[in-house]
Design a protein around this ligand. Structure first.
Ligand code: ATP
Ligand code: MG
Length: 438
């Protein structure tokens, strides 16, 4: 029985009292992204397991340890998406979007699933906002993408995030770097964790991303990828920085960032917070020029980033950022008796259809209990309807802030209320923009 009322470890509910925070950040991110030409794509929560093995990379922690993989009733291996890029690229290929005008710029809000050790900022079901820019080889695309993330944080009022960038080169220059890394780590093989000893053979760059303190200590003196960049990759990285400078976006070059997914080439970046503990990376991304080909498509140089919603909210809370409050109840109609209930239902239905938040009694409670409830939900106006009001055809509207009561003829109520509400909103707006003292 206990299992039924307990959510799965590493998942979390967003209750109605707080969901406006998620809605606010999500709407803001989609809106800012659309200013940069990114429009929403929605892909399924599960895909064929092979897509992630190929798309995320066999040697990554995500594929090796973290995926929720199961067989469906038809015997197919299915995986709940651990990230959003693979699905977006799959859709890009399946629908032949590479034949349309390039770049194709997509954004998404997705739930992601990774079997990780749950802790602050690390969940098994979490949510990402992400963007992918498919078919854009120029360094201006890298800077534009970073600029988009920067603007999102700025719009939300999030301060104190460090932007760290690096280039991990192309497969050509990486050959030499891999050789140098292999030689370095081979000399320290006995100090490495078991997983990293395996990584040493398959993908030595992964060791740089290992979370174990011992491996991190060994990695601290490892050769640095920037010293191995070919001319083209160097020129590209310089141009990305020149664009960021032109856009006045502050950053630091951190040659130790390699990112956790296999498909990255050239530019990689992270936005890191120092205020929420160990899981400080709020947003990570970079260029993945080889991924579309890897998944069976043409050569389409591309890039993207993903931003963890839960970590972003942790940062915003730690910085005391205020969220816009959802619209409060504008009118509560308390009723006594059947005739009043019918009149209230009609008024409420009309006002709600005109976009005003209105509540009526749906519990059959006493007048006193109804008014208590109106107070709890912070209703701005109340109306009490009984046989007397219905017979007289006059309603008494009470402003709950000022206490002022206005008598309104029943057949003029809708019009008068809407006028009043609009006047109140206008005055609030004027006050907000400092146009008039209230
Ligand atoms: P980390 O190094 O923290 O494990 P990652 O490199 O695995 O992160 P990405 O795959 O790049 O992360 O995902 C992008 C973003 O998604 C991260 O920067 C983070 O904000 C968020 N994220 C990743 N994994 C989790 C998780 N298990 N729980 C909550 N948010 C997560
Ligand atoms: Mg991870």
């Amino acid at each position: 029985m206990a299992l039924i009322t307990k959510a799965i470890k590493g998942t979390q509910d967003v209750l109605p009292a707080l969901s406006h925070e998620n809605q606010y950040v999500e709407e803001t991110m989609l809106r800012v992204a659309s200013r940069y030409g990114f429009h929403e794509i929605r892909t399924p929560v599960f895909e064929h397991t092979e897509l992630f093995q190929r798309g995320v990379g066999d040697t990554t922690d995500v594929v090796q340890k973290e995926m929720y993989t199961f067989e469906d009733k038809g015997g197919r291996s299915i995986t709940l998406r651990p990230e959003g890029t693979a699905g977006a690229v799959r859709a890009f290929l399946e629908h032949g979007l590479f034949n349309e005008a390039l770049p194709q710029k997509v954004s998404y809000l997705t739930s992601c699933y990774r079997y990780e050790k749950p802790q602050a900022g690390r969940l098994r079901e979490f949510h990402q906002f992400g963007v992918e820019c498919l078919g854009a080889p120029a360094p201006s695309a890298d800077a534009e993408l970073i600029g988009l993330a920067h603007t999102i944080f700025e719009t939300l009022g999030v301060g104190d995030l460090a932007l760290e960038i690096n280039s991990i080169g192309c497969p050509e220059c990486r050959k030499q770097y891999h050789a140098a890394l292999k030689a370095y780590f081979a000399a320290h093989e006995t100090e490495l964790c078991e997983t990293c000893r395996e990584r040493l053979q398959k993908n030595p760059m992964r060791i740089l991303d290992c979370k174990s303190p011992v491996c991190s200590a060994v990695a601290a003196d490892a050769p640095v990828v920037l010293d191995y960049l070919c001319e083209d990759c160097k020129t590209h990285f310089d141009a990305v920085q020149a664009h960021l400078d032109a856009m006045m976006i502050p950053y630091v070059v951190n040659p130790r960032i390699v990112r956790g997914l296999d498909y990255y080439t050239r530019t990689v970046f992270e936005f890191v917070s120092s205020g929420i503990g160990a899981q400080g990376t709020v947003c990570g991304g970079g260029r993945y020029d080889g991924l579309v080909e890897e998944l069976g498509g043409p050569h389409v140089p591309s890039l993207g980033f993903a931003l963890g919603i839960e970590r972003l909210l942790l940062v915003m809370h730690s910085q005391g950022i205020e969220f816009p409050q959802p619209d409060p109840c504008m009118l509560y109609i308390a009723t006594m008796g059947e005739r009043a209930a019918l009149a209230a239902a009609s008024v409420a239905q009309d006002l709600r259809a005109s976009d005003f938040p209105v509540e009526v009694d749906v519990c059959g409670r006493s007048l006193k209990a109804q008014m208590k409830y109106a107070g709890k939900i912070g209703a701005q106006y109340t109306l009490v309807l009984g046989d007397d009001e219905i017979d007289r055809g006059v309603y008494a509207l009470k402003d709950m802030t000022s206490g002022e009561v206005t008598q309104i003829a029943a057949d003029e109520f809708l019009e008068t209320f809407i006028e009043k509400a609009i006047l109140a909103m206008e005055s609030d707006l004027k006050e907000m923009f400092g146009l008039e003292e209230k």
